[in-house]
Each structure stands twice: as structure tokens, then as C-alpha cells.
Ligand binder design. Structure first.
Ligand SMILES: [Zn+2]
Length: 132
């Protein structure tokens, strides 16, 4: 299977990661409202301030006024390719009208690929519907 444009972007975005402490470089590309948004992880000497690639990409989409999440690709160096962390799954779910229709694909530079729906990654998720 050939790489999709979104996968190529996530792979390229990994080069923009700022990960001098963990060395765990991550690139992410999300499509929302038909547009593509870029993300990479950004660490800090105060470790707890780091933010993941998936969230930087999703927040860029929201800032551009695009809140309808359609697809996510995340690129790491590990094998098998790493899925998004729990915090990112929750943030992505916030902007997925139907998490069963949002595809999350994890890739690495070796051409390996894993894929899920967001509903598979975060079943029975907490949402704003739970709030009074
Ligand atoms: Zn994360």
C-alpha cells in the first residue's frame, strides 16, 4: 500500500519535533473540515510542559476554525508504530462527531503502519454530553 498524502506529511513533520530530552520525535497531521493541519511534539526543560504532536495539530485546526476531525496520522521512530497517548485520544475525541468514522493511522519511517478508528482507541469516552 502506498503512503497517503497525510502520511507523507506526518513523516515530514517528524523532522520539526523539538524533543531534545526524550529523543522521541513525533509528527502528526490531522484533517479537519477538509483541511490539513500540522503538528509535532514540543518538549521543555520543565518536562511536564511538553505537548504531543497530535494535540499541537488538533489545536492548530481549532485555531483555524476547523473543528470537524476527519483523520489523523501520527509518525514515530518505533516499531511497531506507536498509537496516540491517552491524553491525545481524549482531545481528538472532543472534535470527532462520530469517533467510529475517524481513522487514526500510526506510521514509522520503515513503512510500517497500524490503523484504528478513534472509537477503537477510546471506547466509551467521556464527552461534553456527560456534563450538566
Ligand atoms: Zn499524546
Amino acid at each position: 500500500m502506498s503512503q497517503s498524502d497525510l502520511e507523507k506529511q506526518a513523516l515530514a513533520l517528524q523532522q520539526r519535533a523539538y524533543a531534545p530530552y526524550s529523543k522521541f520525535r513525533v509528527g502528526a497531521a490531522v484533517r479537519a473540515d477538509g483541511r490539513v493541519f500540522e503538528g509535532a511534539n514540543v518538549e521543555n526543560a520543565s518536562y511536564g510542559l511538553a505537548i504531543c504532536a497530535e494535540r499541537t495539530a488538533m489545536f492548530a485546526a481549532v485555531l483555524a476554525g476547523c473543528r470537524q476531525l476527519e483523520e489523523v496520522v501520527v509518525c514515530t521512530d518505533v516499531s511497531p508504530p506507536s498509537s496516540p497517548c491517552g491524553a491525545c485520544r481524549q482531545v481528538l475525541a472532543e472534535f470527532a462527531t462520530d469517533p467510529a468514522r475517524v481513522t487514526v493511522t500510526a506510521i514509522n519511517g520503515k513503512g510500517e503502519r497500524r490503523s484504528w478508528t478513534l472509537a477503537q482507541l477510546l471506547p466509551d469516552s467521556f464527552s461534553g454530553r456527560e456534563l450538566p
